[in-house]
Design a protein around this ligand. Structure first.
Ligand code: MRU
Length: 342
């Protein structure tokens, strides 16, 4: 399943706001359209918005009219600012855009930049898929031969350039001959679990059981799962991990039930410049995501709403952080820098 593709100098995105009921592709020809698609979650998931933003930079570069290198770079940085501002929590977005800016600044011939930036974005797409495959194998080795996994939100092919992080581990486990089944949390308010993870896993023929978020404790207590495997949007140097709202509650429940809690993320999700998760910016989204479901109002008119899109799971609840460069175990402020150096 491919959520992002670059075809004839245009960015094609599978519109994730209408899945699983409709499979609609949208085409972006400007970086502003890419920014809107990220903001409105037509494309979502930390690695996917990074790759989409890199292609957004390619679209920006292709449209810039400039008399010289300085003017070109200044307009490119304007586009970078717009793309980075769309969603604050997932570090992959700024990481990808900053990488494009670094390539542009280092280039000798600024007039070749549109082609060079498109090529760099394409490399980033391919690197993400390869990283997820490595990550998947690293994580699958940690699992028993017959395993029932609880996951949250969607950290699958739809949330990446392909294969997925948490769901990459699910895929790799099956490729290794393990028997895998998944419980998917529906993931209120945006329902990425019900709409995307359930859909993606069913398409690939995995046994998947959908539960509402408040069923997770019961599912753990009654021995229905062996481990929790989910993704990340930003991981601080001490291992504190920002991920979809509800992840923290799952971590506490897993700890209480002696269930391993694995975070899966490529090293592009690490932000070792932050010493703890307290410094991670948490995106707040529209109250309408809470008061309405598929356009249907489910709460009183004008009710006050708090809608944080992510929470931070303290490192003490995390059994291991599985990356494309290997598996980090606590203490993470030692194991994470080692992974990056290797
Ligand atoms: O708001 P979303 O759908 O972009 O949130 C996605 C998540 O929280 C994922 O778990 C995370 O980005 C990892 S995706 C491989």
């Amino acid at each position: 399943m491919q959520a992002i593709s670059w075809e004839h100098d245009r960015l094609k995105l599978l519109d994730q706001t209408v899945l699983p009921l409709k499979k609609v592709y949208i085409t972006c020809t400007t970086y502003q359209q890419v920014a809107d698609a990220i903001r409105n979650m037509k494309v979502r998931g930390a690695p996917a918005i990074g790759v989409a933003a890199a292609y957004g930079m390619a679209l920006a570069a292709g449209s810039i009219q400039a008399a010289n290198r300085d003017e070109f770079l200044s307009k490119l940085k304007e586009a970078a600012g717009v793309l980075i501002a769309t969603r604050p929590t997932a570090v992959n977005l700024a990481w990808a855009v900053d990488r494009i800016i670094a390539v542009a600044e280092a280039a000798e011939d600024w007039q070749q930049l549109p082609a060079l930036i498109a090529k760099t974005a394409r490399n980033m797409e391919e690197e993400d898929i390869a990283a997820n495959r490595r990550l998947g194998r690293n994580g699958a080795k940690l699992l028993p031969d017959k395993v029932s996994i609880l996951t949250h939100c969607n950290a699958g092919a739809l949330a990446t350039a392909g294969y997925g992080t948490a769901l990459g581990i699910v895929r790799a486990a099956r490729e290794m001959g393990k028997t895998v089944s998944v419980y998917a949390d529906e993931t209120r308010p945006y329902l990425q679990g019900a709409r995307l993870t359930a859909f993606e896993l069913m398409e690939d023929g995995f046994p998947v059981t959908l539960i509402t978020d408040n069923m997770a404790g019961h599912v753990m207590q009654t021995g229905r799962i062996n481990c929790v495997v989910l993704g990340a949007d930003r991981i601080a140097a001490n291992g504190d991990t920002a991920n979809k709202i509800g992840t923290y509650s799952l971590a506490v429940l897993a700890h209480e039930n002696n269930i391993p809690f694995y975070v899966a993320a490529p090293v592009s999700t690490l932000d070792l410049s932050l010493s703890t998760g307290d410094e991670i910016p948490i995106e707040e989204r529209s109250p309408l995501e809470v008061t309405h479901v598929f356009g249907q109002q489910i709460a009183p008119e004008s009710i006050h709403v708090y809608n944080p899109a992510f929470d931070v799971t303290p490192a003490k609840y995390i059994t291991a952080i599985v990356t494309d460069k290997g598996v980090a175990f606590p203490p993470f402020n030692q194991s994470l820098p080692q992974l990056i150096q290797e």
